[in-house]
Design a protein around this ligand. Structure first.
Ligand code: CP
Length: 503
């Protein structure tokens, strides 16, 4: 199997087998960092960092230098022709003709995908806004494998800003695919985005047990959780997962309500003292993955300030709990206030090792994408992501991604990017942007079938009406608003008219 010529935009661009094979190459290279200078001799890496970076940029550059290649770089939009209004597509075509591989960090979500579509050479996403940071996830997984050997069944708590933390989005997908149990402690206002959670259950087929709606009476010493994710590869019923009852959350909901949430099998045998308890104390957390507050992505400054006040801090005091006795502490860095310096000498702290491992991991990745190293993966050992074949919606009916930071909404890019979506759900109608993966829930639909030559019957319907299941996906037209439907020559259906009159 060859990865030569491929790009890495999302962690899902690599199968589990490919990741394991990449780690073997990284192991080999880290054992002899000084002997790799022939691997990419004559190759040029373009290092395009349009957001601040220490680790990612310098470890990529160090990696290419150790492989014997050379580097061209641009580190500010203002120093490139992007500042004159050039599109990412044009820049990608040009840089792709100068370099053999491009590494790009950009504040727009979906920017790396656009560059990969147009560059004609392998492109590596070094972070695109709050979307993904797949090579950080590779460094994280590599560290987990080094420190814990097996990821399957590991209980990993994700701590901090899960909403804007791109590294933790890529990591979450990878953890789900490798069979980890993911623990979500409460992070008010900074919860994991719904589109990430949806992927966990639809693409990776695991089960997400939501506990935030449950009346949790958190006792002193208990570790509260908002949700637990278990993958299908790890047994996901309590009866089959003996240490789960020891995970620490107190739940005070009636069992009937829990049944309605589809989680009865999780609790049916653990009814101690009339409570439905899952305790964390004994079983412990294997890894605490800490994120800083990504304040550069918070729109109004006050919101960031407000969130900063209650931001969790991982320090010696927290790690004194029994549940953290054997916990390793990870952080993609840079840190601000959320991780105390007093932990640096603690043997459980892994964050500097994580950063150091960025060099061999990125060396292995570039050698594979450039085809200067090949890897062998047997089909049996591989487990690719099961791609769900969602229908694509790409009609020009005015539906736009709702994320103002999405590349598809930027003035310079709308000249050539046509919004494209996956239809991930019909009820409620949910479209996932192909670039940034944010979801939109349009209100109105119509069919292209009925109006061909019959303008009088051009009617639009509510997206939550029965018509959503009647219209074939290839005929579906979706509108954001009534005015958009009207602008395309559609009139409201009798139901919509009656509904409006009734109001
Ligand atoms: N972890 C990480 O992406 O660090 P930098 O922002 O310094 O590259």
């Amino acid at each position: 199997m060859s990865l030569a010529g491929s790009s890495l935009v999302s962690i899902d661009d690599l199968s589990n087998g490919e990741i394991e094979a990449l780690f073997s190459v990284a192991d080999e290279m880290s054992d002899s960092l000084n002997d790799q200078s022939g691997v990419c001799q004559g190759k040029i890496m373009a290092s395009l960092f349009f957001e601040p970076s220490t680790r990612t940029r310098l470890s990529f550059e160090a990696a290419m230098l150790r492989l014997g290649g050379r580097i061209i770089s641009a580190v500010e939009v203002g120093a490139t022709s992007l500042a004159k209004g050039e599109s990412l597509a044009d820049m990608a075509r040009v840089v792709g003709s100068y370099a053999d591989i491009i590494v790009i960090r950009h504040p727009w979500e979906g920017a790396a995908r656009v560059v990969a579509d147009y560059a004609g050479v392998p492109v590596i996403n070094a972070g695109d806004g709050g979307h993904e940071h797949p090579t950080q996830a590779l460094c994280d997984l590599y560290t987990l494998k080094k420190e814990r050997r097996n990821i399957e069944g590991l209980k990993i708590a994700l701590f901090g800003d899960l909403r804007y933390g791109r590294a933790v989005h890529s990591l979450t997908y990878a953890l789900a695919r490798f069979g980890a149990v993911i623990l979500f402690p409460p992070s008010p206002g900074l919860e994991m985005p719904e589109h990430v959670l949806r992927k966990l259950t639809t693409e990776y087929k695991g089960k997400l047990i939501r506990l935030e709606a449950v009346n949790q009476k958190v006792k002193k010493g208990f570790f509260p959780l908002d949700a637990i994710y278990v993958t299908p590869s790890s047994p996901h019923q309590l009866t089959m997962l003996p240490d789960i009852p020891d995970i620490g959350v107190q739940i005070g909901l009636e069992i009937e309500t829990l049944k309605k949430h589809g989680i009865d099998t999780w609790l049916h045998y653990d009814l101690s003292e009339g409570d439905y308890q899952i305790k964390l104390k004994k079983a412990g957390v294997d890894t605490l993955y800490v994120m800083r507050l990504q304040k550069e992505r918070h729109a109004p400054a006050e919101e960031g300030q407000e969130l900063k006040k209650d931001y969790p801090v991982v320090d010696k005091k927290l790690l004194k709990g029994k549940e953290f006795k054997k916990t390793i502490v990870m952080h993609p860095l840079p840190r601000v206030d959320e991780l105390a310096y007093e932990l640096d000498a603690d043997p459980r702290s892994m964050y500097f090792k994580q950063a150091a491992r960025g060099v061999p991991v990125r060396m292995a990745l570039m050698a594979l994408l450039l085809g200067t190293r090949e890897i062998a993966i047997s089909k049996e050992a591989d487990s690719s992501v099961q791609k769900v074949d969602y229908p694509i919606y790409d009609r020009d009916s005015g539906v736009r991604c709702s994320n103002s930071n999405c590349v598809s909404n930027q003035e310079t890019e709308t000249r050539y990017i046509r919004p494209e979506f996956k239809i991930v759900s019909l009820s409620p109608l949910t479209l996932r942007c192909l670039y940034c993966e944010h979801e939109v829930h349009p209100q109105y639909i119509a069919s292209s079938e009925w109006h061909q030559g019959m303008l009088a019957t051009k009617k639009y319907h509510s997206a939550d009406s029965h018509w959503i299941r009647k219209i074939k996906p290839e005929n579906l037209i979706i509108f954001d608003s009534k005015s958009e439907a009207g602008a395309h020559g559609f009139k409201p259906s009798s139901y919509i008219t009656a509904h409006r009159k009734g109001r």
